[in-house]
Design a protein around this ligand. Sequence first.
Ligand code: PEP
Ligand code: MN
Length: 337
Amino acid sequence: MIVVMKRSATKDMVQQMVKRVESMGLKAHVLVGTERTVIAAIGTKRDGAVEVLSSYEEVEKVVPILAPYKVASREAKPEPTMVRARDLMFGCGSIGIVAGPCSVESEEQIMQAAQAVKECGAKGLRGGAFKPRTSPYSFQGMKEEGLKLLAAAREVTGLAVVTEVMTPQHVDLVCQYADVLQIGARNMQNYHLLQAVGETKKPVLLKRGPAATIDEFLLAAEYVLDQGNSQVVLCERGIRTFETHTRFTLPLATVPYLHERTHLPVVVDPSHGTGVASLIPSMAAASIAVGCDGLLIEVHPDPHAALSDGDQSITPATFAKIMEECRKVATALGRTL
Ligand code: PEP
Ligand code: MN
């Protein structure tokens, strides 16, 4: 249930209410909005809890949260959430652009990619150091060496580093180098990993599992939020269908639908969503048109030489054109990029 505090409620009153909620055996999540503060009280509520909590002067009302995901829901927090890492901002009108190679491959490759995407206006640098590959024989990533190269690229460009963490054992290590922790599609339902990143203070970019429903996706986000980390960005990266022309099927209705259900920012990854470099400019522009809060795009200085996802990697020149087009779409809709 949500305990909606009156506008006049002070911080002290909110803290007192948190204690009362906790004394009922419930977990309290304080969600501070521009209008008012609410406390999401999670757990099996005792008989009479609603009556007791609503009897306080500083409480406006106590209402149930109907959605299965609680802290992630719009019911709990009607205003959108902004997630920020350095100059990279997602949500509340900001469109965060993250670009870079699928994998970090060498110092020269990541530096070239970082400088090119920065010049075009990206605020985040992507690049996998730990790579979840379908085949154990494929390139698995440069691991800590790759993380070091990402940090070096950040040093030069100021871009926020977005990189994947694949296992709870690596969370501390990846946190030393990353600004945003990416949870890959294959790990969307790795609940121990979700809890481990939920215990950090780093923003989390959670990718939708290719076979996950939207409710499952939001419940995965709830695992992170439930640990007290409110900085979660949802990423639509395509789902598996009967279609074989594209690597996955990219359902853009996910963006406005998620915006109705959750306050969390929603970004789109047209690279994995299509798997085809030539389709990425159109799908990036379309994602902006449906109101996404950011884009995740694979850009490689030399896509033919890429050690992973070369077919869907675009050149810096194409990325520059995408940014130009996306800016026009954003401007037409009264947003800036
Ligand atoms: C990636 O971003 O390179 C990646 C592995 O993506 P996904 O988890 O969506 O497959
Ligand atoms: Mn990739």
